[in-house]
Design a protein around this ligand. Structure first.
Ligand code: IPM
Ligand code: MN
Length: 359
């Protein structure tokens, strides 16, 4: 028997609770098959927490997450809260939890499943073999810099500041080099060093530490060019490391290479094994509560949790293999189905994947 692990579950809004329920189903199944042992605790987060507690990130949710071994997050947000002031927005809770838990590194793998290569808007021959990982800095840059409004001679102005310290750059870049060492040993560092001072510090830092990773082939790519190269030669990328806002934008672009954002998992990590795991997709309020959501991104996030936080490689591989097997057999939720009338519900997809998990 393995040691019992404590998982904080924050399902959030929209389709969050539906996809998280399927991920929990998968965890239960791996307890049976592999003898893992989990306890789960559920907490309010996002819009639902605003409604019930008056804040997107209640203190008790934060302490629940801090005392757990890992966090499983669904999704937050919805039109109901879109016009709220900043402190009462679900997104503010998301930024807050990342900062409070010290999760400076966000891993977003984009893998093109062979059987889904026609689901993308790009040509299958361009996509063939695409398997990349965006490593996004998550607790610095313009997201967290000072923000304010002021009066100027010509009227009102708004200011967002972007700051990066050498230390912040170094820790994320080191993590990216280490990830590249375990993959195909290629790292693209993305910046805007021809214009931004933070990017010049970024590039200097990358160049200073690169000699410590001589086995990794490094390229510097300007962010605008990277946006273009991702569409032109996606399969040539292995690991992409970049600052917070560039990573936000490029990871959505990378997601679309795969055809469906409903397939993509993510991990947010700090210095140790602790992590927060969530699907890349949002709360999809338009389809919430109807059993239409694709649970695969959240299920694959559990696989990342097993691998990166717990070192349960066997379970991680079994989940990934079960997902591939179910897709290969032609099963689809409506977001990826060619014939929507034959699409499976969220729970049916979860059941099939759970049943396909074995040693
Ligand atoms: C993401 C989201 C968030 C971000 C928003 C909701 C604040 O787009 O996780 O990529 O920009 O980081
Ligand atoms: Mn985003």
């Amino acid at each position: 028997m393995t040691q019992t692990k404590k998982i904080a579950v924050i399902a959030g809004d929209g389709i969050g609770p539906e996809v998280v329920a399927e991920a929990e189903k998968i965890m239960k199944r791996t307890e049976e098959v592999f003898g893992y042992s989990f306890t789960t605790e559920h907490g309010l987060f996002g819009g639902i927490a605003i409604d019930q507690k008056g804040t997107p990130l209640p203190e008790e949710t934060l302490s629940m997450c801090k005392s757990a071994d890992a966090v499983l997050l669904g999704a937050v947000g919805g039109p109901k809260w879109d016009n709220n002031p900043k402190e009462l927005r679900p997104e503010t809770g998301l930024l807050g939890i990342r900062k409070e838990l010290g999760l400076f590194s966000n891993l977003r793998p984009a893998v093109v499943f062979d059987c889904l290569k026609d689901a993308s808007t790009l040509k299958p021959e361009v996509l063939k073999g695409t398997d990349l990982m965006v490593v996004r800095e998550l607790t610095g840059g313009i997201y967290f810099g000072e923000k304010f409004r002021r009066e100027s001679a010509s009227g009102e102005e708004a200011v967002d500041t972007c700051t990066y310290s050498t230390e912040e750059v170094e820790r994320i870049v080191r993590q990216a080099f280490e990830i590249a060492q375990k993959r195909r040993k290629k790292l693209a560092s993305v910046d805007k060093a021809n214009v931004l001072e933070t990017s010049r510090l970024w590039r200097e830092t990358v160049n200073r530490i690169a000699p410590e990773y001589p086995d990794v082939e490094l390229e510097h790519v300007l962010v605008d060019n990277c946006a273009m190269q991702l569409l032109r030669r996606p399969s040539s990328f292995d690991v992409i490391v970049t600052e917070n806002m560039f990573g936000d934008i490029l990871s959505d672009e990378a997601a679309m290479l795969t055809g469906s954002i409903g397939m993509l998992a993510s991990a947010s990590l700090g210095a140790g094994a602790y992590g927060l795991y969530e699907p890349v997709h949002g709360s999809a309020p338009d389809i919430a509560g109807q059993g239409l959501a694709n649970p695969i991104a959240t299920i694959l996030s559990v696989a990342l949790m097993y691998r990166l936080t717990f070192g349960y490689e066997e379970g991680a591989v079994a989940i990934e293999r079960a997902v591939a097997e179910v897709l290969d057999a032609g099963h689809r939720t409506s977001d990826i189905a060619a014939d929507k009338s034959k699409a499976l519900s969220t729970a049916q997809m979860g059941d099939l994947i759970a049943a396909a998990i074995r040693k």
